[in-house]
Structures are given as structure tokens and as C-alpha cells.
Write a protein that binds this ligand. Structure first.
Ligand code: PMP
Length: 293
């Protein structure tokens, strides 16, 4: 079934509309000029993990693009919860999106309506589950993450995904699952939709998120690793260093914690630290319900 033909409802600008009717005009500013921001969230056991953090990031991404999301975080969170209930989803992926509408065409569209929609669907695994167990294979991307002075790299903005889709398609065409992107300086940055971690001599290393998303999953994984007493170093990592690491994994809301077996000519073996963090993350995302006594 094509994605736009599924059953169910989508929350759009304050009310629920049938999935197939959640349409926009072809002259939408967001489509032509990428004036669009979005989120990716996951519900586990009926509750979105860190929902408010995602909602606040959506609002902040809009602010960075110069617009105000016209709903409060409370309203958006309530809409998300209501949507999950209506759809009857327990474990699901949630996609909020906010964009400039179609009242004006041109680079400037100061007064265009800001639209917001929230859709949810069942999306069990971002990568092929079999590959995911062994560790996925990444190619090196041709494009680099831009300098923060070149693009608003802290926003989860649709425009920043142009180079991600190009890079992921190029990697897939060569049989890889995804691509590793360097930053404009040539430092290791992230995958096309997830942050990256390495393990060497029992220490965890991950790039400073100074020109890409400081993922909510990334922050959670760092906290979980430190809770275990593991050392986590956030620092500049050059590609030449990759040969010195034994384990590698990527993480993000959709990808969760996914082991990496290869990056171009480098090899990694999913080991104890990756396995422990996969387990810790899957425990952490389950709703913490008060034990009824
Ligand atoms: N980097 C990129 C480019 C992403 O698309 C994502 C997924 N939103 C992440 C990192 C990870 O972010 P999060 O853990 O907040 O989902």
C-alpha cells in the first residue's frame, strides 16, 4: 500500500482528518523552499519516549527557521497521545511536521500560514533486522555536514536532509545500509539519520555535536553508558582513527542502537559494550509505570 493510501487518521492543523485526505497544495512554500521542520519519535508500550523533548525540539527548529509553531507543546503532546489511541498503536513511530503554507510564492513568505501535522505508523526496524544483528555496513558519503555558518545545523530541518537522501541512496546503490558523513572539516560526523559511537580499549568515543543534531537518543546513550561506569569522550574524531576502534554503533529514534560491522574499509565487531547499551536502551524506553501496591 502506498504510504499516502493507508487507513487511519492524521492530526492536521488542530483536528483529525482521514489519512488519505491529509493533503497540501503543490505551491506549498515548504515543498519549494524547504521551509519545513519535523520530528521522529517512537512510542513504546503506548507512550512516546521523551515526547516533550521532541516537541520542544520541533518548536525550536521552527524558531531557527524563523517561524512560530502555532500550537503549544501541551497541545501537540495531547494530540500525539490522542492519535496513538485512535490508531490503536502501542509501539509506533510518530512523525510531526511543521511547514510554511501556500498563500504566497517566492523566497519571502512572511505571512504564509504555518501548518502542523502529526502522523503515526508501525515501523518495527529502521534497518533490515538480520543485518542489524550482525552489524550494518556503511559507505563513506560524498557530501559533508555543512559548517554551522553555512546552514542551521541545530534544526531538524527538511532542507538539511537533501544531502542525507543523496548519500543514503548512493550507499544503497552499492549495497550498503547507510553512509557515514564527515563534517566540513573532514571530521567524523554522523550517519544520514543517526549519531555514531565507537569503542576502543573499553572507552566510548563520539563526535562533538557541533554541526549536526545532538540526538535525544545520543544523549540517552551517553547517560546510560555513564550510569554503567563507562567512560564517554565527546571529541573530534578523524577518519584515520577508525582503525583503532573495535566496536561501532549508530543511534537515533528510528535506528535505536544499531551495531555497525563495516565503514568502507574499516571493520568492527559488535561486542559487550554495544550489546549492553542495546539492552539498556530497550529497558530505558519502556514506560516507567508506578507499581500499584
Ligand atoms: N542525526 C540525524 C541526521 C537524524 O536524522 C537523527 C534522527 N532524528 C539523529 C541524528 C538522531 O536524533 P534522535 O536521537 O533525536 O532521534
Amino acid at each position: 500500500v502506498p504510504f499516502d493510501q493507508m487507513d487511519g487518521d492524521i492530526w492536521m492543523n488542530g483536528s483529525f482528518v482521514p489519512w488519505k485526505d491529509a493533503k497540501i497544495h503543490v505551491l506549498t512554500h515548504g515543498l519549494h523552499y524547504a521551509s519545513s521542520v519535523f520530528e521522529g519519535e517512537r512510542a513504546y508500550g503506548g507512550e512516546v519516549f521523551k515526547l516533550r523533548a521532541h516537541t520542544e525540539r520541533l518548536i525550536e527548529s521552527g524558531r531557527i527557521l524563523g517561524f512560530k509553531v502555532p500550537y503549544s507543546a501541551e497541545t501537540l503532546d495531547a494530540a500525539t497521545n490522542e492519535l496513538l489511541k485512535r490508531q490503536g498503536f502501542v509501539d509506533a513511530y510518530v512523525r510531526p511536521v511543521a511547514w510554511r503554507g501556500s498563500e504566497m510564492m517566492g523566497v519571502s513568505a512572511q505571512n504564509n500560514t504555518i501548518n502542523v501535522a502529526i502522523a503515526a505508523w508501525v515501523w518495527p526496524s529502521y534497518f533490515d533486522p538480520e543485518q542489524r544483528m550482525k552489524g550494518i555496513r556503511l559507505d563513506m558519503a560524498e557530501y559533508r555536514r555543512p559548517d554551522p555558518m553555512t546552514a542551521p545545523s541545530r534544526a531538524k530541518a527538511a532542507g538539511l536532509y537533501m544531502i542525507c537522501t543523496i548519500s543514503k541512496h548512493a550507499a544503497e546503490a552499492k549495497g550498503y545500509a547507510d553512509a557515514l558523513m564527515l563534517d566540513w572539516r573532514g571530521r567524523v560526523a554522523e550517519a544520514t539519520g543517526a549519531n555514531i559511537f565507537f569503542v576502543g580499549d573499553g572507552v566510548i568515543h563520539t563526535p562533538d555535536p557541533d554541526c549536526f543534531l545532538n540526538g535525544i537518543t545520543r544523549q540517552t546513550v551517553i547517560e546510560l553508558a555513564r550510569r554503567r561506569g563507562l567512560e564517554v569522550r565527546e571529541r573530534a574524531i578523524m577518519p584515520e582513527e577508525l582503525s583503532g576502534f573495535s566496536e561501532c554503533f549508530i543511534c537515533g529514534t528510528a535506528a535505536e542502537v544499531t551495531p555497525v560491522a563495516e565503514i568502507a574499509d574499516w571493520r568492527f565487531t559488535p561486542g559487550d559494550i554495544t550489546r549492553q547499551l542495546i539492552g539498556d536502551y530497550s529497558n530505558e524506553v519502556q514506560p516507567k509505570r508506578q507499581a500499584a501496591e
